[in-house]
Design a protein around this ligand. Structure first.
Ligand code: EPZ
Length: 438
């Protein structure tokens, strides 16, 4: 198992290229099951989650080929309708196999997703949606068994306690493309990744109206065909580098990102005193050199509001911004696993219900810290860049799930960051880690 050592204090400078979006690639890979024809997916990020999804599709019987590091071809000729727990438990996003399997094969057996450190993640909205499309659903021995022999178009409302559901929208959308009749999805999620999936499905021959809105109308078709599709850039990776530049007082050009996917973040950074001008088409310039920022309050909500997947990184920035800021998490109210680790680095943060009350400090100090999930680990990397001294981040397999070669990209921007086997970590930290793991 690897760890990362970060020696803080270097402002990030230079340019960095953003990879394809993980949260678009995963449902798009699942969508290839909707046709027996080959689908070529381009600009795929090189991540462990993508490889897990490739394994899953291959297990179902699809021919999965990696044509180059960022291009895959999937040909789902004859496929099975059963996805096992052993493979699905690796990655929650595998839940979006249900839609294409029941859409194409009119039945599916998939494992119920397990627990998640960022909080309860039920799939009641997904199941409600499938039953509205005529599916009979049984939950047995930890599996969801769906009989879609009567699958047909229907009216589905996908609004839940925390707003719309992203993978729930993807699932119902994919099933509806091959369900006879009209499906209306109200309170659909409209994240850029959902729009990307819609565009891929249309390229396969699906009939979808209202793309980008909360109301999608799908006319079921007989069959779908193969296609070649290029995935959008990863707005969360781009947002993480924007916040890295802000935290280190750097000057960074972010290449291959979409400005319009991050306007909620830019609005808040402008309020904090860091304007991010709309630059050339796919370039974002972040110049925080010599700037002292002001605290801002954040509320996470579904797109186009402030994304929950940038909440932890924003907490890290506010932790070193003098003054009081309140970060309220409305999508995953318990998503604060990064806070105790930031406190270990000297941050002054208190959790009140679904809010983090942050009193900015002048400096964070390096410390051994533990990553608990993907975005929490990104926040710890950013905190390490801004801290004095050395920060050792463990369990970095979390960050490799969602960030392609992040330590190499940060080094390219001047960060003093080194990945190494855990055995090379100072033993006193190892001991400390042992205690923490208990
Ligand atoms: C997607 O997860 C993303 N994952 C998450 O990114 C992201 O945090 C989330 O959307 C919100 O933007 C992928 O795309 C692979 P939801 P998803 O269903 O679809 C509740 C990352 O860091 N809910 O939109 O699983 C749920 O508990 C990951 O890359 C129900 O109550 O999220 C949550 O509170 C983490 N019932 C809220 O809705 C349901 O049936 C939003 O969840 C479904 C969801």
């Amino acid at each position: 198992m690897d760890v990362v050592r970060i020696r803080g204090g270097n402002p990030l400078r230079g340019s960095v290229k953003i990879s394809g979006a993980k949260n678009a690639a995963l449902p798009i890979f699942a969508a290839t099951l909707l046709t027996e024809e080959p689908c070529i997916i381009e600009n795929v990020p090189d991540l462990s989650d993508i490889r897990s999804m490739g394994e899953l599709l291959a297990h179902l019987g699809a021919k999965v080929e990696r044509l180059d590091p960022h291009t895959w071809r999937v040909t789902a000729g004859e496929i099975s309708h059963t996805a096992p727990y052993e493979l699905m438990r690796k990655m929650r996003a595998s839940v979006c196999l249900m839609g294409p399997l029941v859409g194409r094969l009119k039945r599916s057996v998939t494992s119920l997703p397990g627990g998640c450190v960022i909080g309860p993640r039920p799939i009641d909205l997904h199941l409600k949606g499938f039953s509205k499309l005529g599916c009979k659903i049984d939950i047995e021995e930890g599996y969801v068994k769906m009989d879609g022999s009567a699958l047909k178009g229907g009216d589905v409302f996908l609004g839940g306690r925390h707003g719309s559901t992203v993978l729930g929208t993807d699932n119902i959308l994919m099933a509806a493309t091959l369900a006879p009749g009209t499906t209306r999805i109200e309170s659909a999620a409209c994240e850029p990744e959902v729009i990307d999936l819609c565009n891929m499905l249309v390229a396969m021959g699906a009939n979808i109206k209202g793309i980008g809105s909360h109301a999608l109308v799908v006319e079921g078709v007989e069959r779908l065909r193969g296609c070649t599709y290029r995935i959008i850039p990863d707005r969360i990776e781009a947002g993480t580098f924007v916040l890295g530049a802000a935290m280190s007082g750097g000057n960074v050009t972010i290449q291959g990102a979409r400005y319009d996917h991050l306007t909620a973040l830019f609005d808040k950074l402008e309020e904090a005193g860091l304007p991010i001008p709309r630059g050339e088409s796919d370039q974002i310039q972040v110049n925080a050199s010599g700037l002292s920022l002001s605290p801002v309050d954040i509320i996470t909500l579904p797109h186009p509001a402030f994304p929950t997947d940038l909440q932890a990184q924003m907490c890290a920035l506010m932790a070193v911004t003098p003054g009081l800021s309140i970060v309220t998490e409305k999508v995953y109210p318990h998503r604060f696993m990064h806070v105790p680790e930031l406190q270990r680095m000297g941050a002054d943060i208190a959790i009140e219900g679904a809010s983090a009350i942050i009193k900015g400090v002048a400096n964070l100090s390096g410390a051994p810290v533990m990553a608990s999930d993907l975005r929490a680990s990104a926040a710890l990397f950013l905190a390490g860049l801004a801290a004095t001294g050395e920060t050792w981040v463990q369990r970095i397999y979390h960050i490799d799930r969602g960030y392609e070669k992040i330590d190499e990209k940060l080094r390219q921007l001047g960060a003093d960051i080194t990945r190494m086997p855990a055995s090379e970590m100072p033993t006193q930290f190892l001991e400390e880690v042992a205690a923490g793991e208990g």
